[in-house]
Design a protein around this ligand. Structure first.
Ligand code: MN
Length: 185
C-alpha cells in the first residue's frame, strides 16, 4: 500500500461486505494480516501471527499424536478448492507430530527458524525456505530454542490420516546420529 493510501485498519468501500460471495466465511476478499503487538511476543512466546476472521485453533484434536506448543489456522478452505492452505506456528522449543501419510505437504516457512526432518535427513530451515514432504515420508518440524517456527502448509482438501511411528520405526530412526539428536530436541 502506498503512503497516500488509507490509514492502517481503514476499509475500502465494500471491503467488509458481508454479502461477499467468495470464501468460507462471510467476509470480504481481503483479510488483513494482524502483526503481533510490540512486546506481545516477549510477554507470551505463543503470540502467533494472526489474520482477520481466522480462528486460532489447537494443532490437532488427536490426543494420541505427540506434539508441543503448536497452533493451527486454516487460511483457505472452501468447496471450490482442491487444496487447503493452513498456517502452523510452533512456539520456541516446540515441535509438530512425527508422522507420515500418502498426501504431500508443500511448506513455506513464514516466520522464525528451526529444523525439519524429511525422510532420513535433518535440515535447518528459516524464513522463506520451501519444504516439500513427499508421500509416505516421515517428517517433523521443530522450532529453534529461541525462535518460533511459523509456516504455511498446502495440502489436499481430501487426504488420508497420518500414521505415527511405532517403537521399531523409532529405533531404526535413532540409528542415524543426526536424526537421534533431532528427535531428542
Ligand atoms: Mn504431516
Amino acid at each position: 500500500m502506498s503512503a497516500s493510501g488509507p490509514p492502517q485498519g481503514a476499509r475500502p468501500p465494500g471491503g467488509s461486505d458481508p454479502r461477499s460471495p467468495r470464501g468460507d466465511r462471510s467476509v470480504g476478499p481481503v483479510r488483513r494480516f494482524v502483526p503481533p503487538r510490540k512486546g506481545a511476543i516477549a510477554a507470551d512466546p505463543r503470540s502467533a501471527f494472526r489474520w482477520e476472521s481466522v480462528d486460532l485453533l489447537a494443532y490437532k484434536s488427536d490426543a494420541a499424536a505427540p506434539f508441543r506448543d503448536v497452533t493451527r489456522q486454516t487460511l483457505f478452505k472452501q468447496p471450490d478448492l482442491a487444496g487447503e492452505l493452513r498456517y502452523f506456528e510452533v512456539a520456541a522449543g516446540g515441535h509438530s507430530t512425527l508422522e507420515r501419510h500418502a498426501h504431500v505437504h508443500a511448506v513455506l516457512i513464514l516466520r522464525g527458524s528451526g529444523l525439519c526432518l524429511v525422510g532420513e535427513n535433518v535440515h535447518p530451515v528459516g524464513e522463506h525456505d520451501l519444504v516439500t514432504v513427499p508421500p509416505k515420508t516421515w517428517h517433523q518440524f521443530r522450532a529453534a530454542k529461541d525462535a518460533p517456527l511459523g509456516f504455511l502448509c498446502m495440502v489436499d482438501a481430501v487426504r488420508d490420516k497420518a500414521e505415527l511411528p511405532d517403537d521399531a520405526v523409532l529405533e531404526t530412526m535413532r540409528t542415524n546420529a543426526f536424526v537421534r539428536a533431532f528427535l531428542e530436541g
